[in-house]
Ligand binder design. Structure first.
Ligand code: DGP
Length: 115
């Protein structure tokens, strides 16, 4: 479940400090270290999977757990009326931490298309 070489597994284990905002049995949410909006929270599965593709294939319950907690975070942060959920899936999509995660971004207007 835990990958000793993974930064976000270290956050799940409490070995790496983070500003946790919520958790369930399947997922954990904490503030991004480099926020891109007034609300910028990362939602991750507690179980290690490098990408959302692999998580959804191997552990769909955990993928649903990430989505469910993301909406709960948006509600708790007061941005549920309009927020962006970003999943950078793979290096070509600029994923930089290879433990699956979703970004919950809110509190400002967003442009489309994304860069
Ligand atoms: P991505 O590019 O989609 O893989 O996003 C990874 C995000 O993780 C990025 O927005 C910055 C954030 N991040 C990286 N290291 C840390 C850390 O140690 N703590 C926290 N809270 N966030 C981190």
């Amino acid at each position: 479940m835990n990958n000793p070489d993974c930064l976000f597994c270290g956050i799940v284990a409490g070995e790496v400090p983070s500003e946790k905002v919520a958790e369930t049995d399947l997922a954990m949410a904490f503030r991004d270290i480099n926020p891109q909006a007034p609300t910028h929270v990362l939602v991750i599965p507690k179980r290690h999977s490098p990408t959302l593709t692999e998580l959804a294939g191997a552990h769909p319950d955990a993928a649903v757990g990430v989505l469910t907690l993301a909406h709960q975070v948006a509600t708790d942060e007061g941005v549920a009326g309009g927020y962006r959920l970003v999943c950078n899936n793979g290096a070509r999509a600029q994923q930089s931490v290879f433990h699956a995660h979703a970004h919950v971004l809110g509190g400002r207007d967003f442009a489309w298309p994304p860069g």
